[in-house]
Design a protein. Sequence first.
Length: 297
Amino acid sequence: MSFLATLVGGVLLGGYYAMIACGLSFMFGVMKIINLAHGCLAVVAAFALWTLADKLGLNPFSALIVVLPAMGALGWLLQRTILERSARSGELIPILATFGLAIVIENVMFEVFGADSRSLAPYVGSLSYYSISMGTGLYVGVLAILTFAVAVLLLGGLQLFLTHTHLGRAIRATAEDPETAELVGINSRSVNAAAAAIALATVCLAGLFLGLRTSFAPYSGSLQLIFAFEAAVIGGAGSLWGTLVGGIVLGLAQTLGARLHPQGFLLAGHAVFLIVLIGRLYISGPHLSLFRRANIG
């Protein structure tokens, strides 16, 4: 593989990481909650899409019409029943609550679907393996290009939504100062529930592309959570375009690491994450949060 192909592959891979980190970063930016169930919820969406494709013969993209609003409704329900109540008890309780939720979801998926891996690739024809020539002997996968394009459209769409809609402005106000937002007539409880629904809708898209690009199993969520967490921290949680930058940096680190050594794919990504984290601790002092919260939007 040429060096140019490695760079292009890393950038495109970063699009997927940005997509899966989007909901994690968005939820933290609005509600200050680190959702440790984020990765397994993406796997839930992937299994839901696989079920509709396998049992009803729906194309996974068509199945989004059903699964995406269902995941949004699940986000609303989780906020009202678990996240909202746990957040009242301090910063640690939501982390413990979502950790327990992740364990429950993974074991339920294991009971329902077993340990076998699944994939959405067989249901989209040649999309999963077709590539196009970019000249000079460089071939790029259509699925990788599509993933990156959807990630940019998702982040750009959220940016426009937060800037130009009443609900978007209410989300930004609630993220900045929920008490003051309440004083001007914003129902922060409803806004947080809507934000959780949006975050889970983005998780649904991440689950779709997870299932298209690789196989998944009930316990695949932990690795996806790590990738999402690293991309969000590198880019700055709460910053939409920062999430894209963080994803690209992580993707480039992994592909360049794999070029240097067969086992360097994951190690290089983790190393860059630690360098960024230590750099922020050194620059900002010992009281810096793992997530450097930026203004939503």
